[in-house]
Design a protein around this ligand. Structure first.
Ligand SMILES: CC(C)c1onc(-c2c(Cl)cccc2Cl)c1COc1ccc2cc(-c3cccc(C(=O)O)c3)sc2c1
Length: 232
């Protein structure tokens, strides 16, 4: 049947896309990836700085999601803590797939591969990056998918799951329509995107292991990362 994006869905798309484009890692921070120190220590510190900056960007983006700030305050924190790693996998995946103009993607891969992460986590991590890359998502899809990830009702400690569902559903409906309109030759495209969200959840477990092994090697995180990841 003819898929139509309603006026209010257009308005929602504009709010989410503008927020996503407005809140990016500052270029001077992203540029640090290109500096020439490549020791495992140096890479870890750089990635820590990127992640910290990314969390700040993520919080600002989340505050622009219509209805988020009217959720119960503890639930707002639970949603951010529960989705931060997944949102950062999505964001860093865009860096790989959008072929950053000044070669960020190669250096990012090198730095991640040489930052004290054990081999067993590299495979699922880079498989995810590849599976996102082949989708060639447009900016609006990336923005909606990030908002949908943040608005996942069944995160740990969320009390009013229905309230979160009521915010997530219109985003899912809009993304479904967008996929049909943007990728008419790929009827399964929307299902593919949702499949990525499932793959993201498994990466949470690998990431928790990564944090543990870094901490066992006495790696330090920033206060913001300690707070969002409940470490130290
Ligand atoms: C604490 C640190 C060691 C860490 O622990 N786990 C992870 C992680 C790793 Cl490895 C992989 C996935 C997820 C996480 Cl969470 C990280 C590093 O996380 C990040 C998080 C976001 C970004 C955005 C970037 C980026 C570059 C250029 C341009 C842009 C841009 O947005 O333009 C973004 S790099 C980057 C690194």
């Amino acid at each position: 049947e003819k898929v139509e994006i309603t006026k209010e869905q257009q308005a929602l798309m504009k709010v989410i896309a503008d927020a996503y484009n407005r809140h990016q890692i500052p270029q001077d921070v992203a540029k640090k990836l290109l500096q020439d120190q490549y020791s495992a220590e140096e890479n870890f510190l750089l990635l820590t700085e990127m992640a910290t900056s990314q969390v700040q960007v993520l919080v600002e983006f989340t505050k622009n999601i219509p209805g988020f700030l009217s959720l119960n305050h503890e639930d707002q924190i639970a949603l951010l803590k529960g989705s931060a790693v997944e949102a950062m996998f999505l964001r860093s995946a865009q860096v790989f797939s959008k072929k950053m103009p000044n070669g960020h993607n190669e250096v990012l891969e090198d730095r991640i591969r040489r930052s004290g992460i054990s081999e067993e986590f590299m495979t699922p991590m880079f498989n995810f990056y590849k599976s996102i890359g082949v989708l060639h998502m447009v900016q609006e899809e990336q923005a909606l998918l990030t908002a949908i990830t943040i608005l996942t009702p069944d995160r740990p400690y969320v009390k009013d799951q229905q309230a979160v569902e009521r915010l997530q559903e219109p985003m899912l409906d809009l993304l479904r329509k967008l996929c049909v309109l943007q990728h008419p030759q790929k009827p399964q495209y929307f299902a593919c995107l949702l499949g990525r969200l499932t793959e993201l959840r498994t990466l949470n477990y690998y990431h928790a292991e990564m944090l543990t092994s870094w901490r066992m090697n006495d790696h330090k995180f920033t206060p913001l990362l300690c707070e969002i990841w409940d470490v130290e």
